[in-house]
Design a binder for this molecule. Structure first.
Ligand code: OAD
Length: 235
């Protein structure tokens, strides 16, 4: 029986592993970003208050780097699924790069923010941003020199949780791609989806911390697994 006859609504959670083959560092594991930098030094509101230059420099480097990277076959396959899937579909990404969008995906929600946005802590407006923030440029909306990266730090609330839980409540299938399952609330989505009756599938290089919650785990590189899965879904 074709997948479309059984499944209508899909939620896809993506993490750093989907962008690894594009040359963007993951966070955990050998050589991951959190082995090169302490989270407490660069990814918390306290770090920004203590040493804003260090934090801004770190994110300026990351912002510059992602603009030199290209989407890989996994991003393109999800964009194809997004374009062709007739039911509800939501790609919830923990990634702050724009590779899903550059591959052409439309139904994308960035729960941890976006590198290519700056957030004014004075007027609360978010502006699209490609250059550095270290030099404390003025906010395009209000002129205050109060811009910070629009990236969710540890201890802050991820974005658009109501929309995510509404999608999880209505989904028949939950798919997790390239995430270690180490960071909540995203790591808990598989449990929520499963308890609400969805089929759960993991596509990852290795078993994640939440592997036991998935009906099926397929192990390998996202650039191979995701196009194969999408082809199955669109049969
Ligand atoms: P992690 O670095 O924790 O996990 C990446 C996962 O991708 C690991 O399980 C890898 O095995 C897997 N992986 C690596 N290469 C892969 C490939 N080519 N194909 C498939 N899988 C591959 O990254 P996340 O789970 O995304 O949060 O991390 C979650 C959050 O922790 C991030 O959004 C970030 C971080 O701290 C914030 O900054 C708020």
């Amino acid at each position: 029986m074709a997948a479309m006859d059984r499944i209508r609504n899909i939620v896809i959670l993506t993490g750093a592993g989907i962008s690894a083959e594009s040359g963007i560092d993951t966070f955990r594991g050998g050589g991951g970003l959190w082995e090169q930098h302490r989270v407490e030094d660069v990814a918390t509101p306290e770090a920004f208050a203590r040493d804003p230059e260090l934090v801004l420099r770190f994110y300026d480097m990351r912002r510059e780097a992602i603009q030199t990277k290209q989407p890989n076959p996994a991003h393109f396959a999800l964009a194809r699924l997004d374009a062709e899937w007739p039911g509800e579909l939501l790609i919830v990404t923990q990634n702050v790069d724009d590779l899903h969008e550059r591959a052409g995906a439309k139904r994308v929600l960035h729960m941890h923010g976006e590198h290519l946005n700056a957030w004014c802590t004075w007027c609360d407006v978010r502006s699209s941003w490609r250059g550095p923030l270290l030099n404390r440029p003025p906010c395009p909306a209000c002129g205050a020199r109060a811009l910070r990266p629009d990236v969710v730090w540890f201890g802050e609330m991820p974005y658009r949780m109501d929309e995510i839980y509404a999608a999880l409540r209505g989904c028949d299938m939950f798919v997790s791609i390239g995430t270690s399952g180490a960071v909540y609330p995203a790591a808990g989505f598989v449990r929520d989806a499963r308890e609400l009756g969805a089929r759960t599938l993991e596509l990852n290089l290795e078993h994640s911390e939440g592997s036991a919650w998935f009906d099926e785990s397929r192990l390998g590189p996202a650039g191979e697994l995701v196009p194969a899965w999408v082809a199955e879904m669109l049969l």
